[in-house]
Every structure is written in structure tokens, then in C-alpha cells.
Design a protein around this ligand. Structure first.
Ligand SMILES: Nc1ncnc2c1ncn2[C@@H]1O[C@H](COP(=O)(O)OP(=O)(O)OP(=O)(O)O)[C@@H](O)[C@H]1O
Ligand SMILES: [Mg+2]
Length: 569
């Protein structure tokens, strides 16, 4: 690491100044980031009383030379940049040379450190504005920064601290953000003498499972997209893992956790096809790009960034996510909708004994082979229909269960969308026009929005002061409930205006339409019809979830079934 130097005055003014040591969690964030910048492989965080009594971070990084220790606590002194050019391409978490000085001014702080070359370690302490001398102290390579009694000299600030539990919660979240961003570094978090988290260096999936839960990881798709100097990697939660609150959303830009409007919007757009309503997607995403293409010196907390070409970034992120989230069933046969945890329902069933006899009896039963085909389709072949609601199918992995209404709804919706993108929904003339009773307002809406209605595949005629007849209906929906469909479309158009409904609410509108077409529960399907539905699912984008974000199918593997029956294989 370079020697620490005081920055020239001009540069200082160019740097977004004004450190905010808001609470123990902000101290923790700064200290861990310093350890990361020092190349630490292992970082141990020790907190007492939610960090209000003590925040200590110990690392095995490069260390600070004894003669540099006083400078580490001086304002605007940093080893990380020297010039404006360095600032523009900064790749380290820190660069302002302010964090330790600000923290030292409102706490009792000590740094013990040793570089690889040094014969022994050194210690420096500061109390408010009083900085002591560096003295020799025992220590292995690395640095320990200990911040005690935050705001001991500023009682007004101290009053703003909350309860121990609240402050610890904020610290834990700060810890989580850094730890998710650097899975290659080992972390330990201790609170009031007890280890609360222990993470070895691991993969992102392993770390996310520990910090955000197994379910999220099981119901997410990996992302790895690259184009023109931009890379997006990480895990994107499938619609099934969406949550009511935006609590598991982590976006990192060049390793730094950020909250950015451009990125948030791109993510929202990518999910808008899959999540209607208030559900929030879960994700851990990493955007990597040339440091010179992004300005991190926007706000002292460095959680805001500014992209040089924000449009390109927006498009790239949105499309990369859409592609990863929208596989048809054929592309993501099992992972997308696999059951994450399948517990035996009746573990005390006591079947262990009779199992042998049962096996002997069943031994001769030959499993039905899959019909010979070049390559078995991912969703397999239909076996039967259950209670008019589910399709049971057999594929290579085992049993596939399909919610036929939900699946069909998605297929119809995607068809409508394609049609509309290509200029308009295909119309099918009705031999016998469907007639519906309509209010005067409906009649007026129909007359005023003839063009929009036709684009949606509906041809209406006024057959009386309170009667409309439907001459042609959208082809993919022609066998559905036409009067109901027409009424719903007219209502949406009335609420949002014809073109308004199409522009702003197209997906909702199409979802409403699809709902009327889709096979209703309790309609019995022939095996041929069921197979046709399975094949269509394989070809349809986003067919893993219905228009409301619920899953459309599940895979139960033979292993799942064996577990269910306590059958060792
Ligand atoms: N854990 C550490 N290991 C090695 N050096 C450290 C460590 N913590 C701080 N330093 C040294 O002390 C200097 C000052 O740290 P400080 O956090 O105040 O500023 P910075 O990280 O350079 O910038 P910023 O204010 O943006 O965080 C750093 O530039 C670095 O040289
Ligand atoms: Mg720093």
C-alpha cells in the first residue's frame, strides 16, 4: 500500500465532503470497508451494546506503517488516491480520507496495526480531538480499529441513538451488505460476547442462503450476462420468492452496495411482466463496469452513484434480467419450479416393516415407459387430470403437476402480447354474435374507442340503446366468455381512456382478457388436449408462473416421492 499523504486543498474541495457518522452502523460500514480495501481475507467484527459501547473491526490486511498511524486519523489523508484522475477511476471503497478522522472526533478510538515488513506492531489512540503518539504494541500482520463510547463528547448526538436492539439491527444490516458483496472474504460477527454470524469464504449461493435464507436461493435463477464492458451476475429471485416488502434487494456496483434509481427502475421493469401488484422481488446482483464510467463521489455515504451512460446501463440490466427470468419451461425444466423443501408428511407412519412385502408384491409391476420420442419433452406426457384442476404428467425426472388454468392463462396472455406487438390481436368472426346488455356509458365507450377495441381483437356493434353485440372476438379467446370479456375491457378503457389503457396498463388489460379465455377449472381435457397444453407451455416465455406471479407447475422427482414414502433407494 502507498504511504498516506495529505491531499492538496483543491482536491479536498472536489470531494463530496461532510462525513456523516450517523450511528454505530455507519462506523461499522466505514471500518469494514477499510479492511476490504486493505486486502483482508478474514474480518472479525465485535460489537457491544448494539455498537453504542464498542464497534471493533479486526483484519489480516496489509496493515498501516507506524509512522503513518497519526495520518490515518488526520482529515483528508488517504493512501487510496492522489489526484483527480485517480478519483475518477477509483476502484477502492474509500477515497476521501475522512472516515477515521470523523469517527475519531466523536469517540474514543484506537488503532493497532502491523505491516508485513514491520518488526512489531504499533498502537495509537485518540479521544475526540486529542490524538496520542504511536507506541509499540504486540500484534500480528493486520489492523484492529476499536471505536468506543460513540458520541461521548457530543451528548446531543447521543440522544438520537435508539435502543440496543435497533442499533444492532442497523449494524447487522450494514454487515450483511458488505458480506454479501464479498463472498471471497471470511467474516465473523460477535455481539455482547456471543458469535452471531460466522461466514467462511464461500460461493454467492452459499452466502446468500446463510444471510437471506435457503428458500430464496432455491427459488432464484443465476444470472451471468456480459456485453460491451458491462457485466451483470448474481441471483435473481423467481416470482415465487417475491415478498410483500422490499427487504431482500441488494445491488452492488463494482463491489459497492448502492441504492440507485436507474438500477431500481430497470429491475422493476424486468419484473413487471411477472409480478403484478405489490409483491417485491428478492435479488443479489452485481454490476461490473469500468470505474471511469461511474461516479461514486456523489454523496458522502457513497450509496449513490452516477453513470456516465445511464441509458445503456438501464437497458443492459433490464434485458439481462428479463432474459434470465423469462425462460420457457423447456429451457429451465426443473430448477425454476422445483419444490425446495419436501418434508415427509407422516414420518411416524410405520411403514418400514411392511415395505419389503409390498415391494415383493409390486416387484413385477413394469413402469410405463415414456412414449418413444427423439428427445423426451421437458414437461413430459400427460397421464391424467385431477379434480378438473391439475394435470399429472410423467417426465424423465418423475411427476409433473400443472395448474392447467394458471398455465393456460399465461399462454394466452403471451399470445395476445405478441399479437399486439405485431399490430393487433387477431380477430375471429363469430357465427352467432354474442349479445350483451350494456349501460349507456358502455355503448358510448364502445363507439368512441372502436379503433382501440379492434386492435384488441373486439368488433362491437350497437344493436340497441342498451345492447351491444360482439361480431368478432380475439382469436385466442374466441371460445371463452365473450360477454364477460367485453364488459371487462370496456370498464378498463372507460377508467383509463382507450390509448391510456393500452399504453400504461397493457399488461393488466391483457391479463384481464386472458383470464376470460383460459380453461376453467372443472373442464375435462382429453389426453391430447393436455399434451398440447404441455407443449405450449414449453414454448411460451415466462410460463413458469401465471399472470399473477403464482407458479404454474411443480416437479416432484422420483427422489421426492421416495422420500415421501420413506422408501430407501
Ligand atoms: N484496516 C485498515 N488496514 C490498512 N489501512 C487502513 C485501514 N483502515 C484505514 N487505513 C488507512 O488509513 C487511511 C484513512 O482511512 P479512512 O477510512 O479515514 O480514509 P479512506 O478509506 O482513505 O477514505 P474514506 O474517508 O472514503 O473512507 C486509509 O487511506 C488507509 O491508508
Ligand atoms: Mg475508509
Amino acid at each position: 500500500m502507498n504511504a498516506i499523504r495529505v491531499l492538496p486543498e483543491l482536491l479536498v474541495s472536489q470531494i463530496a465532503a461532510g462525513e456523516v457518522v450517523e450511528r454505530p452502523a455507519s462506523v461499522l460500514k466505514e471500518l469494514i470497508e477499510n479492511s476490504i480495501d486493505a486486502g483482508a481475507r478474514s474480518i472479525t467484527v465485535t460489537l457491544d451494546e448494539g455498537g453504542m459501547r464498542r464497534v471493533q473491526v479486526e483484519d489480516d490486511g496489509e496493515g498501516i506503517a507506524r509512522e503513518d498511524l497519526p495520518l490515518a486519523l488526520a482529515r483528508h489523508a488517504t493512501s487510496k488516491i492522489r489526484s483527480l484522475a485517480d478519483l475518477e477511476g477509483v476502484a477502492t471503497m474509500g477515497f476521501r480520507g475522512e472516515a477515521l478522522a470523523s469517527i475519531a472526533s466523536v469517540s474514543r478510538l484506537s488503532i493497532a496495526s502491523r505491516t508485513r515488513e514491520a518488526a512489531h506492531g504499533a498502537l495509537i489512540t485518540g479521544e475526540g480531538a486529542q490524538i496520542g503518539e504511536a507506541t509499540p504494541a504486540p500484534r500480528a500482520q493486520g489492523t484492529t480499529v476499536s471505536v468506543g463510547e460513540l458520541y461521548f463528547n457530543t451528548p446531543a448526538r447521543r440522544k438520537f441513538l435508539r435502543t440496543e436492539a435497533t442499533e444492532f439491527g442497523h449494524c447487522d444490516e450494514a454487515f450483511r451488505r458488505v458480506a454479501l458483496g464479498r463472498c471471497d472474504v471470511a467474516f465473523t460477527l460477535k455481539h455482547n460476547g456471543r458469535v452471531s454470524r460466522h461466514l467462511r469464504a464461500q460461493t454467492l449461493a452459499e452466502r446468500s442462503a446463510l444471510l437471506l435464507g435457503d428458500e430464496l436461493v432455491a427459488a432464484s435463477v443465476p444470472i451471468d450476462a456480459r456485453s460491451a464492458g458491462l457485466a451483470l451476475t448474481g441471483l435473481a429471485g423467481s416470482p415465487q420468492s417475491a415478498r410483500p416488502r422490499a427487504e431482500a434487494q441488494y445491488f452492488f456496483v463494482n463491489g459497492r452496495f448502492v441504492r440507485d434509481r436507474v438500477l431500481a427502475h430497470a429491475v422493476r421493469e424486468a419484473y413487471s411482466q411477472l409480478l403484478h401488484g405489490e409483491r417485491q422481488p428478492a435479488y443479489v446482483l452485481f454490476l461490473e463496469l469500468d470505474p471511469r464510467a461511474v461516479d461514486v463521489n456523489v454523496h458522502p455515504s457513497k450509496t449513490e452513484v452516477r453513470f456516465r451512460d445511464s441509458r445503456a446501463v438501464h437497458q443492459f440490466v433490464r434485458h439481462a434480467l428479463e432474459r434470465a427470468l423469462a425462460p420457457s419451461a423447456a429451457e429451465a425444466p426443473v430448477a425454476y419450479a422445483a419444490i425446495s423443501q419436501f418434508e415427509p408428511i407422516q414420518p411416524s407412519f410405520g411403514l418400514a416393516q411392511p415395505a419389503a412385502a409390498y415391494q415383493a408384491f409390486m416387484g413385477s409391476a413394469v413402469p410405463t415407459p415414456l412414449p418413444a420420442a427423439e428427445k423426451a419433452p421437458p414437461l413430459g406426457y400427460a397421464l391424467a387430470q385431477l379434480h378438473g384442476v391439475y394435470i399429472l404428467a410423467q417426465n424423465e425426472a418423475g411427476l409433473v403437476l400443472v395448474d392447467m388454468h394458471a398455465a393456460h392463462e399465461r399462454i394466452v396472455m403471451e399470445k395476445l402480447k405478441k399479437n399486439l406487438d405485431a399490430g393487433g390481436v387477431q380477430r375471429q368472426s363469430l357465427l352467432v354474435p354474442a349479445v350483451l346488455a350494456a349501460e349507456a356509458l358502455d355503448v358510448a365507450t364502445a363507439e368512441e374507442n372502436r379503433e382501440v377495441l379492434e386492435r384488441l381483437g373486439l368488433e362491437l356493434a350497437v344493436s340497441g340503446p342498451s345492447e351491444l353485440s360482439v361480431r368478432a372476438a380475439p382469436a385466442p379467446l374466441a371460445s371463452g366468455d365473450i360477454p364477460g370479456l367485453t364488459r371487462d375491457v370496456l370498464r378498463e378503457i372507460r377508467e383509463f381512456g382507450g390509448s391510456g389503457a393500452l399504453a400504461a396498463r397493457q399488461d393488466e388489460l391483457l391479463a384481464t382478457m386472458a383470464c376470460h379465455a383460459a380453461v376453467r377449472a372443472n373442464r375435462s381435457l382429453s389426453v391430447t388436449e393436455m399434451n398440447a397444453l404441455l407443449r405450449e407451455m414449453e414454448e411460451t416465455e415466462r410460463s413458469g408462473s401465471c399472470n399473477h406471479g403464482r407458479p404454474t407447475w411443480y416437479q416432484l422427482s422420483l427422489a421426492d416421492l421416495d422420500r415421501l414414502f420413506l422408501r430407501g433407494r
